[in-house]
Design a protein around this ligand. Structure first.
Ligand code: ASP
Length: 551
């Protein structure tokens, strides 16, 4: 007996995967797929299925490498559809079937035609609220009955993932890749490699092993019971800009009952800003409550605020759709517009990431102590292990804290252990003192950093501030009790003589401010005053002399 058994519901809506040729054309064929699956060893463990599973539509996959048994039940729709005929009513039916069977299965696979698969995957991603189980949409480019086809691999991969992994998202599986459903678009009508997710890496790659990109997978939403929201507003549309599009066309498109439009703009979200009548038409529509999303026509990239031509659309009341696909933007509009909430809240939701459909813009800077900071690094390094993350944090914090001090970034420094030093024993206080960042020095002193710490060259922050001539920093450090280190003082005589020789009064005053004795002899035993006398540096001599007086 296997160690574990999991159950997957396969909802078969139609699509090429189960089509056969009729009068030379591919058409969906009822009652044929399950029969064929029973004869496919990679999709049916014949013996186990015969002995243990009484229902003809329930089949068992052969045991997995780690002895897991996945049993799947096919729920065939009537009629089966070419996905060009799919409508929001079908999405609602699929959603409700998942909801009905939610507690009886560990995962769900939806067999679907490829033509509108990205729309269905996007729509379901929004409709499924508080999802904690995988829902994987798949299909094929070539019917499963043909000698060379992609249906067998796609179906097996989808069932294997749905039955084994905690990926609580609506996904699309195709050609060995598991994508987030609302990130994909169909890009090839012929190749097995039909889909792409231009702005997000796959959630998993299924080659010899199935490798999950855990850092991308969204967490389950346990905040409430799973629910499928079948209310969708159908008064939505996609409008693609092109040079010369007439204002009349745009106006006609925006007429009631239109409620939401995805405007496919150029590049980073640009439209002509030399067409006031066109912009006025857009503005009139948004003023009257139509939500218009600005989404790029480009396959890859995001709507940004780099160009004046994009700014014009913002002024016309359009909402930036970030890096959403057109399919995701359209179904999100349909879903959000159907909610019984104020228009302002709908607009707000449209600009927000709801189901991982858009990359969030990093508005606030990351703080070094912030968990997100280390997550971002971990993500880049693909690390998931807690201990390793801590080790990374420990290793990275000191140099990064110093880097933050260098650019005067107090926000990034907040709550960090600022007394940690880098490989040269330099602390953020050293760096801030060198750079003359008075505010950072103030912040660090207020937060109790060690003042009289020396780096590997024996330098203190005060010594650094003197060397880089940041008078106010020297004053502040002195006020806080900072003192020059013996090593620095020992070398001071020679340094003072050198300043004297070059008549550098300002440099000498800096040392005085730091509390150094300016009468110290240099390497040859001569004091700065004697040297000033010998070299005829009158001003320096006068300064040094008056220093001597009180003694
Ligand atoms: N026309 C088919 C459909 O979308 C294409 C396919 O499944 O690949 O249903």
């Amino acid at each position: 007996m296997p160690d574990v058994m999991t159950r997957v519901l396969v909802i078969y809506t139609g699509g090429t995967i189960g089509m056969t040729l009729k009068d030379g054309k591919l058409v969906p064929t009822p009652d044929a797929l399950v029969k064929a699956l029973h004869k496919m060893p990679m999709l049916c463990d014949e013996e186990y299925t015969k002995v243990h599973l009484k229902d003809y539509n329930t089949l068992a996959l052969p045991l997995t490498k780690d002895n897991k048994r996945i049993v799947y039940t096919v729920l065939e729709y009537n009629p089966l559809l070419d996905s060009s005929n799919i409508s929001p009513d079908d999405w609602a039916k699929i959603g409700k079937d998942i909801e009905k069977n939610y507690d009886n299965f560990e995962g769900f696979v939806i067999l679907h035609g490829t033509d509108t698969m990205a729309y269905t995957a996007s729509a379901l991603s929004f409709m499924c609220e508080h999802l904690c189980k995988p829902i994987i949409v798949t299909g094929s480019q070539v019917p499963i009955y043909q000698l060379r086809n992609d249906g067998r691999d796609n179906l097996q991969g989808a069932v294997l993932i749905a039955g084994q992994f905690d990926i609580p998202e609506v996904c699309l599986y195709f050609y060995n890749q598991l994508f987030r459903g609302n990130r994909v678009t169909k890009v090839n009508a012929e190749s097995f490699d039909a889909f792409t997710s231009p702005n997000l890496d796959p959630l998993a790659i299924a080659e010899a092993d199935i490798i999950i990109n855990k850092h991308i997978v969204r967490p389950p939403d346990h905040t409430a019971k799973f629910h499928v929201s079948t209310q969708l507003n159908r008064n939505v549309g996609l409008l693609r800009l092109f040079p010369g599009i007439t204002t009349a066309t745009v106006k006609a498109f925006l007429q009631p009952p239109m409620k939401g439009v995805v405007l496919e703009t150029y590049g980073c979200g640009n439209a002509p800003d030399n067409r006031p009548e066109l912009l006025a038409a857009l503005k009139m529509a948004t003023d009257s409550g139509v939500i218009i999303m600005n989404v790029t026509q480009c396959l890859k990239g995001t709507v940004s605020d780099s160009y004046a031509t994009g700014e014009a659309l913002k002024k016309a009341g359009l909402i930036a759709g970030g890096d959403m696909t057109q399919e995701a933007a359209l179904s999100k509009l349909s879903y959000v517009l159907a909610k019984g909430i104020d228009l302002s809240v709908k607009r707000e939701l449209m600009g927000k990431n709801l189901r991982g459909e858009m990359s969030e813009v990093q508005k606030t800077k990351l703080s070094l102590s912030d968990g997100r900071f280390i997550q971002v690094i971990a993500r880049c390094l693909s690390i998931n292990d807690k201990e390793k993350l801590e080790a990374i944090r420990e290793a990275l914090t000191p140099p990064l804290a110093c880097a933050a001090a260098r650019i005067g970034d107090i926000e990034a420094l907040k709550d960090t252990n600022f007394s940690l030093s880098d490989y040269d024993g330099r602390t953020p206080l050293h760096i801030a003192a060198c750079e003359g960042h008075l505010k950072v020095v103030e912040y660090l002193l207020d937060h109790g950093v060690t003042i009289s710490v020396t780096d590997r060259y024996g330098a203190t922050p005060l010594g650094n501030a003197v060397r880089f001539r940041h008078k106010e920093v020297v004053r502040l450090l002195r006020k806080a009790g900072a003192q020059l280190f013996t090593d620095e003082l020992d070398k001071a005589g020679t340094e003072l003589c050198s300043l004297t020789a070059s008549g550098d009064l300002e440099g000498l005053k800096m040392w005085e401010l730091a509390g150094a004795d300016l009468n110290q002899p240099g390497y040859n035993g001569q004091t700065p005053l004697e040297l000033a006398h010998d070299l005829g540096k009158k001003e320096v001599r006068a300064f040094l002399k008056q220093l001597k007086k009180p003694k």
